[in-house]
Ligand binder design. Sequence first.
Ligand SMILES: Nc1ncnc2c1ncn2[C@@H]1O[C@H](COP(=O)(O)OS(=O)(=O)O)[C@@H](OP(=O)(O)O)[C@H]1O
Length: 354
Amino acid sequence: MEYSPARPPSPVRSKVFAACVMLSLWVYMLYCCAGYCSTAPGFAAGRVADYLDPPVKTSSRDLLNNENEEWDDARAEDATPPGSVNGTGTESKKLPRAIIIGVKKGGTRALLEFLRVHPDIRAVGAEPHFFDRNYDKGLEWYRDLMPKTLEGQITMEKTPSYFVTKEVPARIYTMSKATKLIVVVRDPVTRAISDYTQTRSKKPDIPSFESLTFKNRTLDLIDTTWSALQIGMYARHLERWLQFFPMEQILFVSGEGLISDPAGEMARVQDFLGLRRVVTQKHFHFNPAKGFPCLKRPEGNSKPHCLGKTKGRTHPNIEARVVQSLRNFYRPYNKKFYRMTGHDFGWDSQPDGE
Ligand SMILES: Nc1ncnc2c1ncn2[C@@H]1O[C@H](COP(=O)(O)OS(=O)(=O)O)[C@@H](OP(=O)(O)O)[C@H]1O
């Protein structure tokens, strides 16, 4: 090879060099915006982009074909402590090792967002609805929705309808009988009203809560075919899960506790998942105007991130006698559920009225 001495930089060569650098930076930024920079730790650009725009991209969101109003709530700030991403090796998409299976309006979005703060958790932001609506698309379709993880990190998703869909326990068992299951439960009466409030926000003309609750005019026959009421019969749904999974593999999180003591509930969840207790009291700030805890970064003084306006909608006032009938209706189911889980969630000691 011919030896050529170093040539002094010419103005033309410098301009070409600068243009190449600019072009590479643009390509890298596009790459990151597309969500492929997730190996970057903590607050690095890729992960922030990932968090602002969760791993399921718009096209996949359409593919998911669900009325996923909660998707926007996944646009949380990245509160991952800098430099604390764990795990080793190269990243790859894996099937979930833990799933938040319910319940609808229990507080599932709050739990998922709190968990996403943990450096050992990577979760898909949207609800995949794989085991109930998209099962025929196959496990590879499902895996492809997941964010990439390093060895040692836990892949998660949440789809609240799983808990009440009868085919789902067997399907999750078939994927992996070691899957850890988390259920966020909430007073079934308040949950039903929350569910109704959500439906009414989309279809303002629906009949009143009272008229949907009863089958007859004498207001004594509860309409258990109405899904808003059926979901709250937790003991019944749980029986189906117990045909496939042992109780030790299911964690019940109190929806009320998630609001009044988020750090306490998060300690239980992290223990259950075999994780270090990274998400603690210092990650939460109670916002009195919202009435909810919001996520904050322990260091720095950026504004705490609260969930979006689809959470904490004002519930309509429901007639006291209707609430009382529902309390009477749910009492035996609640009692059974407390016995099965070994935990009294305290819903039956609530004062009457919501
Ligand atoms: N931190 C925090 N911020 C906001 N909201 C919180 C929080 N923790 C629990 N909740 C309660 O979560 C309820 C919505 O539950 P889900 O997220 O499970 O709803 S959904 O099934 O995904 O639609 C939502 O119900 P509503 O208040 O009836 O809207 C909230 O009460």
